[in-house]
Design a protein around this ligand. Structure first.
Ligand code: HEC
Length: 200
């Protein structure tokens, strides 16, 4: 009987001792952790949640395989404009009989940012993958000239998917490269020669 009475008495004393009990949470509000983890990375929109690993790998592969060496403006002139990385080159690459022809055929490495009009924004994943691994143009016709796609042909499905995922996260840049020049025609835009030549 005595014990049953003692416990409520002790609790009452504790409540009176401090008038406003300290609650550390009074000074804070809870923030949903998911909103923090999903905050945009320094380049907004680059990493959709769930795609992060593939995109990081894709960026690594695109850098490793030197896509920007041709596809970034100014790169073929030794002065890449990194603010427009992969947005296409106004300097072309000669592909036909460079030593013997005064007027070679020339291709201009296109814009591979996701711009709808001037880049690959309207391409399907499959079309982009086939351009990289099989050198097929958008409608599967002619082989892409001068791009070393033979060297990319054995990329795994996962790797090429990661590269496509990365290219899709680039900021779309509006930049149309000059049309290809057929052999014998006059080129109005600058171009370089690539190749290995052995004297016969
Ligand atoms: C040596 C220069 C060179 C390198 C390196 C290169 N490309 Fe290309 N790429 C080209 C040229 C030139 C074309 C267009 C050729 C043509 O029109 O026939 C092209 C076309 C493409 C196309 C088709 C786009 C279109 O609008 O036709 C894609 C996609 C592409 N390249 C992606 C890549 C990727 C990804 C890499 C790196 C893995 C890469 N390229 C490396 C020169 C290069």
């Amino acid at each position: 009987m005595r014990q049953r009475f003692l416990l409520p008495a002790v609790l009452l004393f504790a409540a009176c001792a401090s008038e406003t009990p300290y609650d550390p949470l009074d000074d804070y509000e809870e923030v949903d952790a998911v909103t923090i983890l999903d905050a945009p990375s320094p380049s907004p929109g680059r990493f959709a949640p769930g795609e992060r690993d593939a995109v990081v790998r894709g960026e690594y592969l695109v850098e490793l395989l030197g896509c920007g060496a041709c596809h970034t403006p100014g790169a073929l002139d030794g002065q890449p404009d990194m603010s427009r990385s992969l947005a296409g080159s106004g300097t072309g690459i000669a592909w036909s009989n460079p030593l013997g022809t005064e007027r070679p055929g020339i291709v201009y490495p296109p814009n591979i940012t996701p711009d709808e009009d001037t880049g690959i924004g309207g391409w399907t994943d499959r079309q982009i993958a086939e351009a990289i691994r099989a050198g097929l143009g958008r409608h599967g016709g002619r082989r892409i000239m001068t791009m070393p796609w033979q060297g990319y042909a054995r990329l795994s499905d996962d790797d090429v998917t990661a590269m496509v995922a990365y290219l899709r996260t680039l900021d779309p840049v509006r930049h149309r490269v000059p049309a290809p020049v057929e052999p014998g025609q006059v080129a109005r835009d600058p171009f370089v020669y690539f190749g290995v030549y052995r004297r016969r």
